[in-house]
Design a protein around this ligand. Structure first.
Ligand SMILES: NC(=O)c1ccc[n+]([C@@H]2O[C@H](COP(=O)([O-])OP(=O)(O)OC[C@H]3O[C@@H](n4cnc5c(N)ncnc54)[C@H](O)[C@@H]3O)[C@@H](O)[C@H]2O)c1
Length: 273
């Protein structure tokens, strides 16, 4: 049976771990050709070897997404390697959890540079490449609907409202929602859909790090604080990497062609707007 992304070139940033890795595995089963980027090169190579064994075309790119020039170079290289770019999913990110009064300028800059600046300029570089791919006669005839461009950013329920203990993280994730809306408006004339996914809890290295940071800052028990948070989710379980991949697949497939500028809560009902 044909996959939903057969032959599509999908660039996944943050693919080495957690949600990004799960999306790479799912998209490979749907027939996508994969450009995988991350700052953790070793994990990326392991994933790529596994995908290639299963017959997927996969290439890896070392990327620090906080550096717009590096992102542009990676996008340029993907265009040379694959000759196309149809899909971009950005899961690269870092978390921060401590007392509002203790946040340093260095912490703020690190989180904002990766989560916020990284998302803005990666979206820009990818959209530039997607627009270049649209033949001039198609652009002139105003028939961009024949092109295919899907961008999915990862925000968080922490981007939906402030968090006393996540000054920088929540601000950066609120910005991702805004960047997604701005990009959706800017690139609608080219038929590029730009949407975002807001998870609550997914049991990945980032969730563990979040609980470790809370333990360090507030002296709470990491395991207990995790369990208490999950108990507040209406569906009474954490999300899985597969839950996230299913939502990303929907937003990267033709099934969502009439959806743009939206942030989809994939969060077990934690937030409702
Ligand atoms: N896990 C959760 O509970 C949860 C909840 C809400 C939102 N999210 C969001 O989902 C996304 C994926 O998170 P995850 O849980 O898979 O985390 P993760 O830590 O498992 O994966 C994040 C990936 O981003 C990469 N990365 C970090 N800094 C980078 C940089 N400067 N350049 C390139 N890559 C970089 C890491 O190496 C890692 O592979 C993040 O944006 C996160 O904020 C996660």
């Amino acid at each position: 049976m044909k996959g939903q992304l057969e032959g599509k070139v999908a660039f996944i940033a943050g693919a080495a771990s957690g949600i990004g890795r799960g999306i790479a595995l799912r998209f490979s089963r749907e027939g996508a050709r994969l450009a995988l980027a991350d700052i953790q090169e070793n994990l990326l190579e392991e994933l790529s070897a596994q995908l290639k064994k299963n017959g997927t075309e996969a290439r890896t790119y070392r990327l620090d997404i906080s550096k717009p020039r590096e992102t542009q170079q990676v996008v340029d290289q993907i265009m040379l390697d694959f000759g196309a770019l149809h899909i971009f999913v950005n899961t690269a990110g870092v978390v921060q959890s401590n007392n509002f009064l203790d946040v340093t300028e260095e912490e703020w800059d690190r989180v904002i540079d990766i989560n916020q600046k990284g998302t803005a300029f990666a979206t820009q570089a990818v959209a530039r490449a997607m627009i270049q791919l649209i033949p001039d006669e198609v652009k002139r005839a105003g028939k961009a609907e024949r092109s295919y461009g899907k961008i999915v950013n990862f925000t968080s329920i922490s981007g939906r409202r402030g968090r006393a203990y996540q000054l920088a993280y929540a601000a950066s994730k609120a910005a991702v929602i805004s960047i997604t809306q701005s990009a959706a408006l800017a690139f609608a004339p080219y038929n590029i859909n730009v949407n975002a996914i807001a998870p609550s809890v997914v049991l990945t290295p980032m969730w563990d790090e979040n609980n470790r940071l809370k333990q360090k800052a507030f002296g709470v028990d990491a395991q207990k604080t995790s369990e208490e948070f999950i108990a507040r989710i209406p569906l009474k379980r954490p999300g899985t990497v597969d839950d996230m991949a299913a939502a990303a697949l929907f937003l990267c497939s033709s099934e969502s062609d009439y959806i743009t500028g939206q942030t989809l809560n994939v969060d077990g009902g934690f937030e409702m707007n």
